[in-house]
Design a protein around this ligand. Structure first.
Ligand SMILES: C[S@@+](CC[C@H](N)C(=O)[O-])C[C@H]1O[C@@H](n2cnc3c(N)ncnc32)[C@H](O)[C@@H]1O
Length: 237
């Protein structure tokens, strides 16, 4: 996948935010082109094809916009990978902030099997799902709420399903502090109240997931960035 092709896919996906103004569109384009996680999520190992996908804390729905653009590219024969892009049978995004809910609804426009629901994850009903995503979200919840949510996630996940989590590694020292500082800066730029953030070290995340009955693969997910991010793919043990 060449950098040029990735930038073109990001530009196409970001067009979905045209009605929301230049800032939303350029933020989406920069994030989709620069964050290695979105490229990784085009692989069936990370996001299996034909799955019921539940994207918790979906934000502006960047993943939905990205997948929609990828499926379009594939249909037009402009696809550089061996496997086709993930084509979810359904996509449900859950998000707390009204502004992001509105953006995420732009991202799924014209996709009949997709919906966005406005809920606090601490109270949200979780539909049965084959893939559950928690991408850069859990550190917004207090430790007890993280565990309570992951317990409900384990129940909602189908037997062969997978939970895909991206977390910061609080054991990574300065790189983790930098990751959290950028998170706060983005909240400030978006005019949001600064939340308390609750990180854990990678071994602590792994212990908690093990206690909840998950077997976990870890993938470094900060390539080309100064962040301390790790992608965890967790399946029922
Ligand atoms: C850093 S953004 C990540 C967005 C998206 N997952 C992505 O990777 O593009 C974190 C998102 O989690 C949402 N969030 C935080 N706490 C939440 C809660 N309690 N319930 C629902 N959403 C929440 C925030 O509003 C924000 O949109």
């Amino acid at each position: 996948m060449s950098r040029r092709w990735v930038r073109e896919l990001a530009r196409q996906a970001a067009r979905r935010y045209e009605a929301a103004g230049l800032m939303a569109r350029y933020f989406a384009r920069g994030k989709l082109a620069g964050d290695p996680m979105f490229r990784a999520l085009l692989s069936p190992a990370m996001l299996p094809d034909r799955a019921r996908v539940l994207d918790l804390g979906c934000g502006a729905g960047l993943l939905a916009a990205w997948l929609t653009a990828a499926v379009d590219r594939h249909a037009r024969g402009d696809w550089p990978l061996e496997a086709p892009p993930p084509r979810p049978t359904s996509y449900t995004g859950v998000e707390l902030m009204s502004r992001d809910v509105a953006l995420a609804r732009l991202a799924i426009a014209g996709w009949p099997e997709a919906r966005i629901e406005q809920w606090d994850l601490r109270d949200a009903a979780l539909p049965p799902s084959d893939v559950i995503l928690l991408l850069d979200v859990l550190h917004y919840l207090e430790p007890a709420s993280q565990e309570a949510l992951l317990t409900r996630v384990a129940r909602a996940l189908s037997p062969a399903g997978q939970l895909v989590l991206r977390v910061g590694d609080a054991g990574a020292g300065g790189r983790f502090r930098y990751t959290m500082a950028v998170d706060r800066l983005v909240c400030r730029l978006r005019g949001l109240a600064l939340p308390a953030l609750h990180g854990r070290s990678l071994p602590d995340w792994l212990v908690m997931l093990d206690q909840l009955g998950f077997a976990v693969e870890t993938h470094a997910m900060s390539e080309g960035t100064p962040f301390a991010n790790v992608l965890l793919v967790a399946r029922h043990a």
